[in-house]
Design a protein around this ligand. Structure first.
Ligand code: UTP
Ligand code: MG
Length: 491
């Protein structure tokens, strides 16, 4: 059962229906606001009925405060009071969050049996009254206007101990051998964008690359920047030159494809990038790729004495760069003249040891996507908004149709920048660590924060949109263990 997240989740069911048991493995302890637990805090214990009014006062405050911050809130009470339910529903609406009821539809006899087995059973007439109310509640809920009423039919567990799922396992089923396409039909490439390598850069890179290989990534990509970009780190954080660095990684003998995402056309003449990529291809036995883009970070150009022409000129250069590289890598040494590129000869050795995929980065609809459609092997887009991604794929395909290129010749790749956690607690610990001054719910939404399983569900949808390769860059990748924790995404 897939419930929206973040959301208000109101549990409904008589005592012993299994509400708390249902919520415990699915949500973080802090996300579940329980009247019993609050009775234990403001009163003598979870069953201190004299403390009910105070407990509910605190509960209402907590629910309202969490919803207002856009945080998932599971209300664990009987849920049988329509006035309270409608107030929570209104608070969720005010916060713009989906509002869901989870109805624990446990047979009455089972509730009675579980109740009598408890240390402090609810008095029989009280339970009877609850069960009576619960009989009508489904009809009431339908009239109340919830976004979703999900009924959970709980089977009798009279003889079976309750088995709760453990937190999401970090190591997943066996990885596919060979081409490293996962069971989702995707290949994923680890994009390493920050370099907390301390005193030992090469040792750190070695460990990260070996871990990526072991975790089933198809490749490893590096950004090409002269100053660390503000989206990732501080200007004084190290950001190594990628072609030199990829050369070092090539020496490790992993099965990873290696390349940049993305090299700006402004840094090096296209012929020099072609030479670097062909060399990397020769050194890796044909596992090099080039991500290339128009460049955007003006500051790094100024600091390094590199010209930063207007966008139109950079885009013209992007087109010429792809054409130049392809010409230099193609068979023979004949002259080339086309698409604004004139080369008297195309002599360039070593030859690439295999096809070098050119991935054009950027989502400029009019020019970048057209350049990709006309010349590239792949077009790299961002993932945060799936509807927007689907629309951009449509724009790319329209360009393909327009320039007479078969759509499937231009692969759709994406750059994915999610927060990934081992389990729900780990996800939120990371959000809390990374969010800076951004509100947690906002940061979590922006980074699609979720467990490995959550991301697999999302990646399955990306595959459905026609994506073939995900470039994955998590914002807190620091150690080989962090890389290995991602292996479930490649299964
Ligand atoms: P819960 O404590 O989850 O019920 O389960 P509840 O709906 O939250 O009850 P109240 O409203 O707080 O009183 C009640 C008992 O039933 C067992 C639990 O272990 C617990 O002892 N149970 C629950 C099962 O045996 N199987 C289940 O699937 C769920
Ligand atoms: Mg309970």
């Amino acid at each position: 059962m897939q419930l929206p997240d973040p959301a208000l989740v109101v549990l409904v069911g008589a005592s012993g229906a299994g509400k708390s048991t249902w919520a415990a493995p699915r949500y973080r302890a802090q996300e579940v606001v329980s009247s019993d637990a609050l009775r234990g805090i403001v009163g003598s214990g979870p069953h201190d009925l004299d403390a009910s009014a105070d407990a509910f006062g605190v509960l209402e405050t907590i629910v309202e405060a969490r919803l207002r911050r856009g945080l998932t809130t599971v209300v664990d009470t009987l849920g049988l009071d329509p006035t309270r339910r409608l107030a929570w529903l209104a608070a969720a609406r005010a916060a713009g969050l989906p509002a869901v009821v989870v109805l624990l539809d446990t047979p009455e006899a089972e509730c009675r049996r579980r109740n009598s087995a408890r240390d402090r059973p609810v008095p029989a007439p009280v339970l009877a009254a609850q069960l009576k109310t619960a009989r009508d509640v489904r009809r009431q809920l339908e009239a109340e206007g919830w976004d979703l009423v999900a009924a959970v039919a709980v089977e009798s567990t009279a003889d079976v101990p309750v088995a709760l799922p453990d937190s999401v396992p970090v190591s997943a089923p066996a990885l596919p051998v060979g081409d490293r396409t996962s069971s989702l039909g995707l290949r994923s490439v680890l994009q390493v964008s920050r370099f907390p390598w301390g005193e030992e850069p090469l040792a750190w890179l070695t460990d990260i690359a070996r871990a990526a290989d072991e975790a089933g990534f198809a490749g490893l990509a590096l950004m090409d920047h002269l100053i660390q970009v503000p989206q990732v780190g501080r200007a004084w954080d190290p950001i190594p030159e990628p072609w030199v660095t990829l050369g070092a990684i090539a020496g490790l003998g992993t099965g990873l494809e290696l390349g940049t995402l993305c090299t700006p056309v402004t840094f090096r003449p296209a012929g020099v990038t072609a030479k670097a990529a062909a060399t990397l291809s020769a050194l890796t036995g044909g596992r090099a790729f080039v991500g290339i883009g128009a460049g955007w970070f003006e500051r790094e150009h100024a600091a390094h004495g590199i010209a930063f022409p207007p966008a139109r000129e950079r885009l013209d250069e992007l087109e010429r760069a792809v054409v130049t590289m392809k010409a230099l890598w193609s068979a023979g040494t004949k002259s080339y003249d086309g698409h604004g590129v004139v080369l008297p000869e195309t002599t360039s050795y070593p030859r690439p040891a295999g096809p070098i995929q050119v991935v054009v980065g950027g989502s400029g609809e009019r020019r970048t996507l057209r350049i990709a459609a006309r010349h590239a092997d792949a077009c790299n887009l961002r993932t945060t908004d799936e509807a927007e991604l689907a629309r951009l794929v449509g724009v790319l395909h329209a360009h393909c149709d327009d320039v007479g290129r078969p759509r499937d010749e231009v692969a759709v790749t994406v750059l994915d920048l999610p927060v990934v956690g081992r389990d729900r607690d780990d996800v939120w610990a990371r959000v809390e660590r990374l969010r800076g001054r951004t509100a947690a719910a906002t940061y979590a939404a922006r980074t699609l924060a979720a467990t490995v399983d959550g991301h697999r569900d999302r990646w399955a949808r990306l595959a459905g949109l026609g994506v073939t390769t995900v470039f994955l860059a998590t914002p807190d990748l620091g150690s080989p263990e962090d890389v290995l924790a991602l292996r479930g995404l490649n299964a």
